[in-house]
Design a protein around this ligand. Sequence first.
Ligand SMILES: Nc1ncnc2c1ncn2[C@@H]1O[C@H](COP(=O)(O)OP(=O)(O)O)[C@@H](O)[C@H]1O
Ligand SMILES: [Mg+2]
Length: 305
Amino acid sequence: MSIKLEQVNYTYNPHRPGEKVALRDINLVFQDHCFTALIGRTGSGKSTLIQQLNGLLLPTHGKIIADDYVIDMTLVYKKDGKVDERAMKKKHKVKLQNIKSLRKKVGIVFQFPEYQIFEESVIKDVSYGPKNFGKSEEEAIKQAKEALTLVGIDESYYERSPFELSGGEKRRVAIAGILAMEPDILVLDEPTVGLDAAGEEKLMGLITHLYEQGTSIILATHNMDVVLKYCKRAIVLDHGKIVHDSTPLDLFQNSEYLKSSSLEPPKVFRFALDLIQGGLDLDLSKVKDTKTLANEIIRVKGGNA
Ligand SMILES: Nc1ncnc2c1ncn2[C@@H]1O[C@H](COP(=O)(O)OP(=O)(O)O)[C@@H](O)[C@H]1O
Ligand SMILES: [Mg+2]
């Protein structure tokens, strides 16, 4: 499943105090089976963009097409060339068709998993989604158990309150709650914040596994190591606009752009660049983390990796 955004704009509190333009003329296609990173400093619009993808926020104007779900908020103009606000309001009221099917296909794991956990036990929480989407109690529990196994939460947790779990466990339960609905696209907002290196590797291992099984992945992150190591495409937002869209390799090789945008390339990448400057003929496309960097060094030194 792909999602296409055409001229998507989003303004919080339009025509009211606290008005804030958060997305400006976003034109973007998330292809089927993508593994895409959304990058950008705090406030650049990542979370707002994510929430457009399953209809949680509707564009102020613009169009989103995701399979049979289409929201068309393209601007209507009056004869005098001004935007016809009345016609736009009417469009907004149009009942959203297929939104439920969209919500099932596009699962979002929010930055603060506490916000999406609400049942009294882990198993109830994770089976809520499939039940809500029409599965029988039995089927829903089965799917919940499968999802919990996938995220590494064992049976001893099933009857515990999700609110008593650690931050990392809560995040995994929240992810299981989304996975239990078997989404085509898994969207994660800052999934590695607050995790230690081992937790990060475990979580990204799970996400990569899901990707390899066919799920599309879109994640917002500040973590450039994650972008380099796992993602296939890096989109940079700045003040609600897309300012860069390439492979992570091309992004991190573009030193002038990085400087102007105050993005820091991953440490391992900077180290590899220093080695190249020092005369080592490394293939940067092979460098994803310390292990692959070591392999590259061994390769150019003529050893066995
Ligand atoms: N509920 C809200 N009300 C008003 N402004 C908001 C709200 N949420 C976010 N914003 C503003 O919209 C812009 C984009 O925010 P956000 O999408 O959260 O960025 P990011 O996720 O990249 O940090 C920011 O300027 C932010 O202050
Ligand atoms: Mg955010």
